[in-house]
Design a binder for this molecule. Sequence first.
Ligand code: PRP
Length: 178
Amino acid sequence: MPDTGIERILITEEEIARTVARLGDAITTCYAGIDRELVVIGLLRGSFVFMADLIRVIRLPLVVDFLSVSTYGDGTVSSGELRMTKDLEQSIEDRDVLLVEDIVDTGHTFSKVLGLMQARRPRSLKVCTFLDKPSRRTCEVAIDFCGITIPNEFVCGYGLDFAQRYRNLPYVGVLKTD
Ligand code: PRP
């Protein structure tokens, strides 16, 4: 293993590529025929790697924007608090919006962000997550496009961090617990 903090690989690069391609197809089909660019919004920082791959397999005109919110400290347990540290650059009123996350864990972040986005009156609002950890859910979120459902393990890589590290791993790994 190239990094000693990782216990094992949970999702390989090949599985990531297959998953992203499947999501790109589903999103392309869902929005086929829309009359204005799709607005794809990534929640920073975790989603940036997935966003970069995903937008390249969506075969539609689109624009991207980013929101920065934070719920975790530098540990493995969510603090439950949401801070918006960067707002969108553009209005989403009357636009078709796709919110993109790296992982839905408790659902707290997505449900709060969805509320904030809905208040801006988009024409439609759907959500896409690369990973879903439903066993940890405390806030229900309807996920429109879901990549891979994972068990309750602390994962990092492919954009996901532990104490800001490991985001650059090309696979998703399980962190050593000691
Ligand atoms: C992580 C992840 C999600 C959120 C999921 O973000 O990117 O946004 O936690 O957890 P939840 O469903 O329990 O709310 P984090 O706050 O760690 O910031 P990051 O995106 O910068 O890694």
